[in-house]
Design a protein around this ligand. Structure first.
Ligand SMILES: Cc1cc2nc3c(=O)[nH]c(=O)nc-3n(C[C@H](O)[C@H](O)[C@H](O)COP(=O)(O)O)c2cc1C
Length: 356
């Protein structure tokens, strides 16, 4: 298996070198364009926040046929990445199936069955750097594609407790405004991160907080479509409350982020260090859960006549997985980890699913 992101190297090394990718193979098929929040796109297939670290990564994957391109989550100030390892392939732990996974010592052999875990800590370049980089993307991104920029607010530990929510919401809104000024066609506010312990990692679990922050962001970018990235809801009522609470200010939900699990070596040692026992798991292991959550979300949207669109994320590595999400009612399909080790997936999917 050849990897576009070198998991033995640091985030910064990967950021600087860009992806190690093959050339596009398929001649571009003439396709009927779709509408994505006002932008004409060649397909409803894209890459979720994560793999596209900067313009080098984003434009290289655009060339391979991915049409909805999400710039990895950025912040209002520089934040270093956790030290490596940041990305580890995994298998299930038969003794603790619900809580733990085991790191593979070697690369997996079957890309279609692969799962992995990530623990980056939502790093960010300083705003001047990512804003200039986004300008470059908009100057060079071909038509038929849409640029989504993922943003997150950063809590300020020095803020008085009664002002913390307001400060966090303002920080989200500031990042969103900068992203739009630089050229984002759609903004995604990340309300979930399985490896961040501070408030910004689990906002989606609190419907009122989600609504408050979404309202502030929307007020700052009233003309630009706003998405929220959510994590794995524990039950349908929490998911339903979240959708109903955010519907007034939000245009779509990206569902779902990596699911939180302890990641350990076979001998029990924690892979990411004793202070980071859990990380987000991705790939094959999360696909069934993601389908169920997308289906629940679509049912709630229909039942309560909400206007949200659903961007389905989780465990897609072949056209059948995409079809699962289309059958569940998703409006767009986003890939997280698979394009790293199956870079030609967009070309394959577009051949297999002409209406994608
Ligand atoms: C390398 C990597 C980094 C990620 N970083 C982010 C991030 O910064 N923000 C975010 O919302 N999701 C992030 N994710 C999660 C993905 O967007 C997606 O939700 C997750 O990978 C599940 O999809 P998958 O099963 O197709 O991989 C990251 C994923 C990967 C692979």
């Amino acid at each position: 298996m050849k990897l576009a992101y070198d998991i033995r190297k640091t985030y910064l090394e990967n950021y600087q070198s860009g992806p190690d990718l093959p050339k596009p193979t398929a001649s571009s098929l003439v396709r009927e364009q779709k509408d994505f929040f006002g932008t004409k796109i060649d397909s409803r297939l894209g890459i979720a926040a994560g793999l596209l670290l900067n313009s080098k990564w984003l434009l290289a994957y655009a060339d391979l046929g991915y049409d909805l391109l999400t710039y990895k989550t950025v912040r209002s100030a520089y934040r270093p990445c956790y030290p490596p390892p940041n990305w580890v392939f995994i298998e299930s732990d038969a003794d603790h199936p619900e809580t733990r996974v085991t790191a593979l010592e070697q690369l997996p052999t079957d890309p279609l069955q692969t799962s992995s875990s990530v623990c980056f800590g939502m790093p960010s370049m300083d705003p001047d750097t990512w804003r200039q980089d986004i300008v470059q993307i908009r100057n060079r991104l071909p038509s038929g594609k849409a640029l989504i920029v993922s943003v997150v607010g950063t809590p300020n530990s020095e803020t008085a407790p009664e002002r913390q929510i307001e400060t966090l919401a303002k920080d989200f809104a500031q990042c969103a405004e900068w992203a739009v000024d630089a050229g984002a066609q759609v903004v995604e506010a990340n309300f979930s991160c399985p490896n961040v312990c501070t408030k910004e990692g689990s906002i989606y679990m609190d419907p009122n907080l989600s609504r408050t922050i979404a309202e502030q962001i929307k007020a700052r970018i009233p003309k630009v479509p706003l998405l929220i990235k959510a994590g794995n809801f524990p039950d349908s009522s929490t998911l339903g409350d979240f959708l109903k609470a955010t519907d007034d200010f939000v245009d779509g939900i990206a569902l779902l982020n990596g699911m939180s699990r302890e990641v350990r070596h076979r001998d029990g040692r924690p892979v990411y260090g004793v202070d980071k026992l859990t990380a987000g798991i991705l790939g094959r292991m999360v696909h069934k859960t993601a389908i169920a959550k997308v289906r629940q979300a679509v049912q709630t949207i229909e039942e309560f006549d909400l206007s949200l669109k659903i961007l389905a994320v989780g465990g897609v590595s072949c056209p059948n997985d995409i079809q699962d999400f289309l059958d569940a009612g998703a409006d767009a399909i986003m890939l997280g980890s698979a394009p790293m080790y199956i870079p030609h997936l967009a070309e394959e999917a577009k051949q297999a699913l002409p209406d994608l």
